[in-house]
Design a protein around this ligand. Structure first.
Ligand SMILES: *[C@@H]1O[C@H](CO)[C@@H](O)[C@H](O)[C@H]1NC(C)=O
Ligand SMILES: *[C@@H]1O[C@H](CO)[C@@H](O)[C@H](O)[C@H]1NC(C)=O
Ligand SMILES: *[C@@H]1O[C@H](CO)[C@@H](O)[C@H](O)[C@H]1NC(C)=O
Ligand SMILES: *[C@@H]1O[C@H](CO)[C@@H](O)[C@H](O)[C@H]1NC(C)=O
Length: 358
């Protein structure tokens, strides 16, 4: 009996060691600590550089990827090497068209690991959130995959990444939001009504408590001395393209972004690159769409639905099967620069912002 108990205790200990090893990881130029829905990234540098892609989720049939996705991966690697990027943000629609079935789904290998297979992209963490297509499938399996993968970080539907520089300064906090939990899911693209909807009482209750938790987290972060607060989700607040502005996010998310002086909101969903700036409650927020890592769509259907003069840049070139684009963000204590690139390496647009006033 005693021996049996010892054996059990030894196993529990081993499991705890393995788990804590999974929660504390070393990468090319950073150390990562996952503490449930809080992630700490300690950089070995005072500058941060990271790549931002959205709507990158390949195809449900062979070869499980698009030409655009492969080209984007190659160019991400090139810029990644050039700028010594420390991580990636992936803004949802990770697996077209119906997400994954479980945590052993081959799409994790075919659409993710085999495509983003350079040293740079393998040895730096990917901070992932989910979009409507991920929620059509088994969303919790994408969270579960965090435990198996070396670099796929999605510990919870929503989580916060707190980034510290080598000097120990709080440089950036990124709040990762699940906009499907917040607003409900949208229909498939070929359906007419594209606005997400909360369909049941239960969905509405979840969304309300989710919004409350988000505001609480945003308030916590805004009370720190962090230089930049970023929020990332899948659905756009502002967009001129096919899906356009998301009404629910305008009502629920936008006032909070301005109230707590968020620097920028990143999203995907529309398959192009857009840069908008909206000043509201005396505070400008940069609204950035980076959703062109797998398909490109040039619709400008909602051009009249964004605030006057808010649109600074829009890109949707190529035939929709070649080209593609993404963003790189570079920041230090002095400033933060957003740059769009086409997958052939052409620099498209750049804007610079300054830290929040404390
Ligand atoms: C979803 O994925 C989780 C984690 O892999 C698994 O436990 C669960 O059985 C899956 N659900 C369905 C309906 O297959
Ligand atoms: C994420 O959402 C859950 C559920 O609403 C909430 O309890 C939690 O505090 C949130 N976490 C973060 C980091 O926002
Ligand atoms: C969008 O692209 C199609 C071809 O793919 C072209 O016929 C059309 O003129 C383009 N529309 C705009 C607004 O650029
Ligand atoms: C941004 O910060 C860098 C590094 O401190 C500095 O070299 C550059 O001049 C700054 N640019 C602007 C426009 O403030």
């Amino acid at each position: 009996m005693k021996r049996f108990i010892k054996l059990i205790l030894a196993q529990i200990f081993l499991l705890a060691v393995v788990n804590s090893k999974r929660n504390s990881r070393k990468f090319l130029n950073s150390n990562l600590l996952i503490d449930n829905d809080r992630v700490k990234l300690d950089l070995k540098d005072d500058n941060v550089n990271f790549l931002v892609i959205g709507d990158w989720g390949g195809l449900p049939v062979f070869p499980y990827r698009t030409i655009i996705e492969t080209q984007v991966s190659k160019q991400m690697t090139k810029l990644g090497e050039m700028y010594n990027t420390q991580f990636q943000l992936a803004l949802g629609d990770n697996f077209y068209f119906n997400g994954v079935i479980d945590e052993n789904d081959k799409r994790f290998k075919e659409t993710y690991e085999k495509v983003f297979n350079s040293k740079r992209l393998k040895e730096t963490p990917w901070f992932v959130l989910m979009g409507n297509h991920d929620h059509y499938g088994n969303a919790s399996a994408q969270i579960e995959y965090t435990k198996q993968s070396d670099n796929w970080i999605l510990p919870s539907y929503n989580y916060t990444i707190d980034i510290k520089t080598k000097q120990g300064d709080n440089l950036i906090s990124i709040l990762m939001v699940d906009t499907v939990l917040l607003c409900g899911n949208s229909g498939y693209d070929w359906e007419l009504d594209k606005q997400p909807k909360l369909k049941s009482m239960r969905e509405k209750l979840v969304a309300n408590s989710y919004l409350e938790a988000f505001e609480e987290e945003l308030r916590r972060v805004s009370e720190t001395d962090v230089s930049y607060i970023l929020v990332a989700g899948h659905f756009p607040v502002w967009s001129i393209a096919e899906h356009g502005p998301t009404q629910c996010l305008q009502q629920r998310l936008k006032p909070l972004l301005h109230k707590y002086k968020v620097s920028a909101y990143f999203c995907g969903h529309d398959h192009n690159l857009q840069y908008l700036e909206d000043t509201y409650m005396d505070h400008p927020v940069q609204y950035i769409v980076s959703g062109a890592a797998n398909f490109v769509d040039n619709s400008t259907k909602h051009i009249d639905d964004v605030p006057e003069n808010s649109l600074k840049f829009h890109w949707a070139e190529g035939l929709g099967i070649v080209s593609g684009g993404f963003m790189i963000t570079q920041a230090n204590a002095q400033n933060m620069t957003f740059s769009f690139y086409e997958s052939n390496g052409k620099a498209l647009y750049q804007n610079i912002i300054y830290p929040r006033k404390l």
